[in-house]
Design a protein. Sequence first.
Lengths: 67, 392
Amino acid sequence: MKGHYRKKSKKALQVACLSACLVTAWAAPNYADGGSVFPVPEPASIAFAAVGVAAAVLVHKKKSRKR
Amino acid sequence: MVRLSVCLIARNEEQNLPRALKSIGGIADEVIVTDTGSTDATADIASQFGAQVHHFPWCDDFSAARNFTLGQARGRWALWLDADEELLPVSDEELTRSLESDQVLAYNVIRQDLVRSDRLDLYAQMWQLRLFRLDPDLRFRGRCHPQFFPPVHETAKGKGLSVGTSTITLRHDGYVPAVLRSKLERGLRLLELELHDRPGQFYYLVEYGRTLLALENDERGWAVVAEAAEQLVPVLNHRTPFSSMIAPLLECLLQLPEDRLPPGITMNTLLDLSERWFPRAAPLLWIRAKREFDNGSFEEAEGVLRLLLEMGRAHSYDRSVSFNPAIIGDDALLNLGACLLRQGKMDEAERCFKGLLKSDTRGSEARSNLDATGRLRRDFGVRRTRPKAKHG
């Protein structure tokens, strides 16, 4: 009975975490306070990131999981 | 011999100019200031700082004014500076290294874009092609946001030279909200003229669409964005992007619902291109994090936000793509805390929120989230995990 209660309580906590009233900040990435647009230079000379770097996020995620 | 000419154009810049000219005092062999029609003390101030002042009638064309200025300079090298920028102290060693190379035609230098004049620590770094040989083959084109034309890497290749990077750093505060709207409005008119002169240019189409959207002209803005996106369709399978301006175009398109995307482009295509072509572009990663968060994939969102924060600490993001530095700083940390709490990782979430309590941008939001976390702890009797004692 005690175990069952704990299980239920854990589930309820998960639900509460998912529905807790939190403030987030997801403004558009290029729009600062005044609605800014940042001009992007055209550095044709800068080598575009190698395709291999595309794995950056994946590698990071794997690392995160290991932690 | 004149080694380095610092060149700038200015109109009614009496407020900014002293800072800009003071910053280059120690390194410039000559300073060329072109006044494009000031009605204030701009020209006098430039003279007081020892600059050669020239006058050029404004003709709605920044490149024309810049090219005129370059024509007045006598140095072997030019450093282009805008009036709302300043050069940060640069080591003689770095400057000498840059100017004495006989292999390099031009250098990308670092520019720190501030979003608040009072927060010198809050910026994103961008590459800017500003240090270059005074060569008649290097000239600008474009009524606004001047670009070298022909592209500098082509000119360099033709001369058997390269384009390098330098740690010389400029600080720029031209994007602070107080000056932004008028800049956007002026830019809009020049972009229209530029596209009238040379229709269909990808760079300027994207910039025009973004400016319209920023000025809340949504209908026209999205039409222009769609026009630019048409140029993307034939190159979707390419290994590398033909322009760094594709990144801001992807930013715009990723914010549209699937059914409003231009023909030939799907949401999956956009996400794929973002990852393949701009894996370290902070704004695209930010949009991806938001999508994951909105879809309830909090672990995925957490991974992307951690990456953004790491990139922010090391300034290891893609410096050809501009963005609001909050997305690699306080906003990312606040959202990371939210992702962690959604996963029930209360201790880690609290660490994020506590780290923001002193933030002047997100401190109150962090406090609110910390309170919410505290309530959950009380309601469910969850204790804080004590850090494990270290042995040995």
